[in-house]
Write a protein that binds this ligand. Structure first.
Ligand code: HEC
Length: 148
C-alpha cells in the first residue's frame, strides 16, 4: 500500500496532466482529451495560415477533416449531472438548448472548413474566413459556458 502511494506520488511528480485527478475513462476525462485534440488541430490550421508553421496543402485538408470529426464528439460525454472538478459552468446543464446550439454552430463551421479545403489548389486567402469562423465558434461557447 505504501509502495503504491509512493509510486503514485512519483508518477504525479513526473507528469502533471496525469495527476489532476481526472480518470481518463470518465466522461470528463474523455471530453477533455477531445477538447485538447481539437485545440492542437485548430492551432495547426491557424498556424499554417499565419505562417507559424509551413503551409502544407495535404496536411491542412487532413486537419480540417480531423477537426470536423472531433468537433462532433465531446457533447456525448457531458453527463446528466455536472461533475465537481469540471471547468464547465452550471449553465451547461441549465441552458442546454443554448449549449446545443453553440455545439451545432461549431459543427457547421468545421463542415464549411472541410468544404473550403476540398477546393484544390488551396489558397490560404480563401481559408482565412472559414478558420476564423471555427475559432469564433470555440470562443463563443467558452465565453458563455466555460470557467477559466
Ligand atoms: C458548445 C460549447 C463548446 C464549444 C463549441 C467548444 N468548447 Fe471547448 N470547452 C467547453 C466546455 C464547457 C469546457 C470545459 C471543460 C468541461 O468540463 O468539459 C471546454 C474546455 C475546453 C478545453 C480545456 C480542456 C481541459 O483540459 O480542461 C479546450 C482546450 C477546449 N475546450 C478547446 C476547444 C476548441 C479548440 C474548440 C473549437 C474548435 C472548442 N473548445 C469548442 C465547451 C465548448
Amino acid at each position: 500500500m505504501i509502495a503504491r502511494t509512493l509510486l503514485l506520488l512519483t508518477l504525479c511528480g513526473l507528469t502533471l496532466t496525469a495527476c489532476d485527478r481526472v480518470d481518463p475513462n470518465s466522461p470528463l476525462g474523455q471530453r477533455k482529451a477531445l477538447f485538447k485534440q481539437m485545440l492542437n488541430t485548430s492551432e495547426d490550421l491557424g498556424g499554417m495560415l499565419r505562417g507559424r508553421i509551413g503551409f502544407d496543402e495535404q496536411r491542412f485538408a487532413e486537419g480540417a477533416v480531423k477537426l470536423d470529426q472531433l468537433s462532433r464528439q465531446p457533447w456525448q460525454h457531458f453527463p446528466q449531472v455536472r461533475e465537481e472538478n469540471s471547468s464547465a459552468r452550471d449553465e451547461v446543464w441549465q441552458r442546454q438548448e443554448r449549449f446545443d446550439q453553440l455545439a451545432r454552430d461549431l459543427e457547421a463551421s468545421t463542415a464549411a472548413l472541410v468544404a473550403a479545403s476540398a477546393q484544390t489548389p488551396l489558397k490560404t486567402a480563401a481559408l482565412a474566413a472559414p478558420v476564423d469562423r471555427v475559432e469564433k465558434a470555440c470562443k463563443a461557447c467558452h465565453e458563455e459556458f466555460r470557467v477559466y
